[in-house]
Design a protein around this ligand. Sequence first.
Ligand code: GLN
Length: 427
Amino acid sequence: MQEYLQRNETSCVALVEEYLSRSEKLSSLNAFVTVLAARARAQAQRVDAKITTGHVGKLAGCIIAVKDLLALKGERLTCGSRILENFISSYDATAITRLEQAGAIIIGKTNMDEFAMGSSNENSAFGPVKNPRNEAYVPGGSSGGSAVAVAAHMAMAALGSDTGGSVRQPAALTGVVGLKPTYGRVSRWGLVAFASSLDQVGVFANAVEDAARVLEVIAGVDERDSTSAPVAVPQYAQLLTGEIRGKVIGLPKEYLSSGVQPEILAAIARAKLLLEKGGATLKEVSLPHTQHAIAAYYVICTAEASSNLARYDGAHYGRRAQNVNSLEELYVKSRSEGFGPEVKRRIMLGTYVLSSGYYDAYYRRAMKVRTLIRRDFEQAFQQCDALLTPTTPTTAFKLGEKVSDPLTMYLSDIFTVSMNLAGVPAR
Ligand code: GLN
């Protein structure tokens, strides 16, 4: 890309027009909540001007879409919710600042499950997103719009957030690369919180190298996010040598059970062969507490969500109910009108598991399970360098197929939530 730009064979301004017209042509996929045409054009002009003076940022001319729960100054920040439908952000997220400083062009804000709660993108107040490979199918969620923007080439890369699989699962269901970095690797300043002990900004791209280049730019400590890790950022892209000789790859036996769709098992078998051919050794390992991961995740994430979402009360942020006679009525009506059914379900569940008398039985117990899950990974990584697992138990499912059965929907996260509970990176 950058060679074309430097050789003057194209310009950022021309690229932006091309991508804008492509997203207009593919608008039936419903990947974007807001297309940032003016912001993208202005940034393209700035980057073109810099290229003529020889100052090329690491991501100069890279067209990037971002999930609509990252803040961009002066732009709408909906989180896929009616409650924030008209909310305008007053500042930029750190990840956005870093992307734009590196010359990237933010093309739009992508559709998502409301407040990042969902696995199919059917929980958005702005309608479902469709899978570009077959529009009758879901793209996964909650960062479905970001996955589709990349899969349908409406952006070269995209940012999403991953609390329990929301980058990896939609990436798997649309056939692109999705990376959830280590907890603390990327600043969450300007990322709307869902479950703060699990949330992490992640990257979508069509190639591993592109994801590495984006991560290089957005990663690193940030004084505005005390949970960001003060750890030096490697040149990830340069480290992608393809060399795996001598590496030990663990296959967790709990992830390859009979519940997994045969196509997925076949893909794992192919990956195994490729790794062996490259000189790696494969070894069976065990993550024995895997079976409790979904239960622990849905206690912890709902507990944290019930607290994080308390701020949307009609007084401080977003939608404010009309014709109310008391403060309590303002809270109740604003929240009842503003939140969709899945968000309400999680707030109720989270409030319940934290309530007096139930805290020990649910929340505290889930936190103990979380410790055991983290320990499983620590022990596995004493025997191997990396793990090979399926991302999802099934390939993409049909729109409407699981909406009336939240438990079945939650099970599509069965192979992703453990990594968030443990804080480890995954793709
Ligand atoms: N699908 C999971 C959930 O509904 C994960 C969401 C996420 O990672 N944001 O909670």
